[in-house]
Design a protein around this ligand. Structure first.
Ligand SMILES: Nc1ncnc2c1ncn2[C@@H]1O[C@H](COP(=O)(O)OP(=O)(O)OP(=O)(O)O)[C@@H](O)[C@H]1O
Ligand SMILES: [Mg+2]
Length: 345
């Protein structure tokens, strides 16, 4: 039976993250999938065939036979493979829209890293148009993160947000719905995993994959020294014998492993503070800084920021969904003409 609902305009907010893609449809979270695609070569063609997307494809990472490849088309905060990213985005959009002949075309807002190039922005926009969007808007990730974390960025006061995702750490200082300072650093959750993998190889003579590196980070990870010792046993492959071997990781060891990427993030926060006009810097000193993105869940990060910058760090209530929910808020503001924060391309 037809209802008028079919003709109601649909609004999609998409957080196209390097690790996770999330979609809000008309104010509700309808998709939360890993940004992973499994592909197969088409014999006699240069075109790749997509055989799985999201969770199903993630389970194949590192476990595929020769003819199939599970890849993350966005890595280090950039689109490493345009055509696969496009296919993934279109797959997710179609999945949530479940388009019927009578459905109206949706308005789509996509959150992008502020370091994304004009070419990347145009490619993302085109993918959404090809997937059937009526209007496409792009918004920089730190603004969406700030809106989603409930920050009042329309005020004339300065607000600072640090979004630590998988591929990039985005630092944004905002005031009056505009960006006063933005920096995008290709050091985030993925770099943490890689540093742990390297540490385990160097200190335990053991080879592990990035999935185990990530598990160690989430289970015993720490960004600040703590009196409480956390430790857990993991399994990898011995460099010496080539056989499976057990090793123990503690929070102190993870802290040592993460020294370099953490100091890069702290350095970028310091630079941001140095380059901010003094009035805004004093607002930030008063308000503190908001941490969003999955990396905000790393234990002790707030204490590290306080220790190194003297800023109070608040962790957003839902760090992993801030960007997509902020995009949804931005879509609402578009109708009220408060659009100064939308990206031009
Ligand atoms: N409890 C935790 N402790 C530490 N890190 C965590 C935890 N939970 C998730 N993460 C990390 O958060 C990252 C994913 O966060 P998020 O979904 O915000 O990234 P993304 O938006 O896909 O990436 P980007 O914004 O860089 O494009 C992963 O690196 C993951 O390992
Ligand atoms: Mg993100």
């Amino acid at each position: 039976m037809f209802t008028l609902n079919l003709f109601k305009p649909k609004c999609l907010s998409i957080d196209l993250g390097t690790v996770n893609t999330l979609i809000y449809l008309n104010g509700e979270l309808v998709l939360d999938e890993p940004s992973v695609v499994a592909i197969r070569d088409e014999p006699g063609s240069l075109e790749k065939i997509v055989i799985a997307v999201g969770k199903e494809a993630k389970n194949m990472l590192g476990r595929t036979p020769g003819s199939i490849e599970a890849i993350r088309p966005m890595k280090d905060g950039v689109i490493a493979d345009f055509s696969i990213t496009k296919k993934m985005l279109q797959h997710f959009i179609r999945q949530v829209l479940n388009q019927s002949f009578f459905s109206s075309s949706p308005d789509i807002l996509i959150c992008v890293p502020c370091g994304a190039t004009q070419v990347e922005r145009r490619a993302i926009k085109e993918s959404a148009v090809e997937a059937g969007a009526r209007n496409v808007f792009l918004i920089d990730e730190p603004i969406a993160a700030a809106l989603g974390a409930g920050m009042e960025i329309s005020e004339s006061e300065g607000h600072m947000v640090i979004d630590i995702g998988g591929g990039t750490t985005e630092i944004g200082i905002m005031s009056l719905n505009g960006v006063v300072y933005a920096d995008s650093l290709r050091v985030a959750g993925d770099s943490f995993n890689e540093s742990i993998v390297k540490y385990v190889r160097d200190k335990h003579d053991t080879i592990i994959g990035e999935i185990t590196g990530e598990k160690i980070k989430e289970e015993v990870g720490s960004a600040f020294k703590s009196k409480t010792i956390k430790k857990k046993t993991y399994v990898g492959r011995s460099v010496l014998t080539g056989l499976p071997t057990e090793f123990i990781m503690t929070n102190t060891q993870v802290l040592e492993a993460l020294k370099m990427p953490l100091s890069a993030i702290i350095g970028a926060v310091r630079t941001a503070l140095e380059q901010t006009p003094p009035e805004l810097a004093s607002d930030i000193a008063k308000n503190g800084v908001m941490l969003t993105g999955g990396g905000a869940l790393l234990e002790g990060l707030g204490r590290l920021i306080k220790d190194q910058t003297n800023l109070d760090a608040h962790i957003a209530e839902n760090p992993l969904t801030c960007v997509v929910s902020g995009g949804d808020i931005a879509l609402g503001l578009i109708n009220k003409n408060s659009m100064s924060f939308l990206s031009s391309e």
